[in-house]
Design a protein around this ligand. Structure first.
Ligand code: CTP
Length: 408
């Protein structure tokens, strides 16, 4: 058992001293410990005495659990980690893609219901067999070969979101599907559509993939060979155009200071992937502004880029019509590769040039409110971009006065 796991779980393990209950670590944390990867989630499991264990941890460690009775699990925060304690269970899927119905079972039966062999291992944490690895499906071997192997023939049919969970592991952990699984997934995608499939579950899993912080351009290759977006839209086609746009967006995202600007990478990725799809977005749990961006069709929008003007001025002109995220989609659509590398610089300039005076200042200067206000602000912004007006209120007021004296 790794040093980190031991250190984190020590207080829990000590409480179980001389108690007749065996506690196991399962799932992603076990997998990642063999890959020397850190993981913030600890999934623990007992075969019996679930309620007793939770009571004990609440009393002795002051933890407060949230119960999910239907799934026989309880979750809490433990130090900086997410702690999930489960009663070992089996599950059965009343229909493909529906939520499972669960009932108590042994540790081995619980491991058997899981998605991949690499996630179906358990380490005993206490008692005389502490440190023992339960690995009934040769997960260790699959970890060495970085292979994702499901545990039974209907695993993906029971729960198609597992395909997306696999894709997440491919992108984050360098795994690949074993040949048999690849074929099973392809066959399954041909069977679509099923009416019972929960679009929301698929969508949420897809959102997790698209939310990854790393470069996910590899997803373009995966979507070319495994058309998983069919899970959302049975008519979905990942065209060459979508592929190029997606790769370009990744290039773009890599270069943008994501923390500095309000950009939602998952949404931009979703917008690019769904650009050519007719999926009814109202079926998904999306906010209004998210739907707006996904429905944005850059190809049909007016995009004027004058090569005789600097990129800064061009970007300024675009901002008058579009949001930052829409501009990114437009630039990608129009293949403005040359400015991508310097985009941060132009944006910083744009944001640094926000106008400091407002309508009240114009009124104080004796200008009556009307369309002229907009004209003044637009002219002022442009001059600030060109660095003809300094970035302070006095300079802006002087500009307005000069502007009027020239007009008169
Ligand atoms: N699981 C599954 N099918 C799903 C979701 C989860 O079989 N659709 C199983 C997996 O074996 C997983 C375990 O339930 O190991 C716990 O799920 P979760 O906490 O979501 O995954 P982890 O593997 O713990 O975490 P991650 O892969 O995100 O690090």
């Amino acid at each position: 058992m790794s040093y980190q796991i031991n250190q984190v779980l020590k207080p829990i393990i000590e409480i179980l001293n001389n108690k007749d209950v065996n506690l196991y670590l399962v799932g992603g944390q076990v997998r990642d410990s063999f890959l020397n990867k850190t993981n913030q989630d600890f999934d623990l499991m007992v075969a019996t005495d679930f309620n007793m264990l939770i009571d004990l941890l609440e009393k002795k460690l002051g933890l407060e659990f949230t119960y999910h009775d239907k799934f026989l699990t309880a979750t809490t925060k433990f130090a900086s980690f997410e702690l999930d304690i489960a009663r070992a269970r089996t599950e059965y899927y009343p229909a493909p893609g529906s939520l499972p119905i669960v009932s108590p079972a042994s540790i081995k039966e619980d491991l058997k219901r899981r998605d991949f062999s690499v996630n179906a291992m358990a380490i005993q944490l206490n008692g005389s067999a502490s440190g023992r690895l339960l690995d009934p499906f040769q997960g260790r071997k699959d970890i060495s070969n970085l292979k994702l192997r499901s545990l039974h023939a209907t695993s993906y049919l029971d729960d198609p979101t597992r395909i997306l969970r696999g894709i997440k592991l491919i992108l984050t952990h360098n795994f690949s599907f074993c040949r048999k699984d690849r074929q099973q997934i392809k066959d399954l995608l041909h069977l679509l559509p099923w009416k019972v499939l929960s679009l929301d579950r698929v969508f949420n899993e897809l959102r997790k993939v698209l939310n990854l912080k790393t470069d996910i351009s590899q997803l373009a290759e995966l979507l070319t060979s495994l058309n998983v977006l069919k899970l959302l839209d049975p008519d979905y086609r990942f065209t060459k155009y979508s592929k190029t746009q997606f790769i370009l967006l990744e290039e773009f995202l890599k270069r943008l200071s994501l923390n500095e600007f309000q950009i939602r990478p998952w949404l931009l990725r979703m917008a690019v992937l769904l650009q050519e799809s007719k999926l009814d977005l109202d079926q998904l749990s999306l906010k209004k502004d998210e739907i707006k961006l996904i429905s944005f069709t850059p190809a049909t929008k007016v995009f004027t880029w004058r090569d005789n003007l600097s990129p800064t001025i061009n970007i300024y002109n675009l901002f008058k019509q579009y949001s930052l995220e829409e501009i990114i989609l437009l630039l990608i659509n129009r293949g403005k590769f040359n400015i991508i590398a310097d985009f941060n610089k132009y944006l910083k300039n744009y944001y640094a040039c926000q106008i400091k005076i407002d309508g009240a200042d114009l009124k104080r200067l004796g200008i009556s409110p009307g369309p002229i206000y907009q004209e003044i602000f637009a002219k002022l912004m442009l001059e600030k971009f060109k660095k003809n007006v300094d970035d302070n209120k006095n300079a802006e007021i002087k500009f307005v006065k000069d502007f009027f004296s020239k007009k008169e």
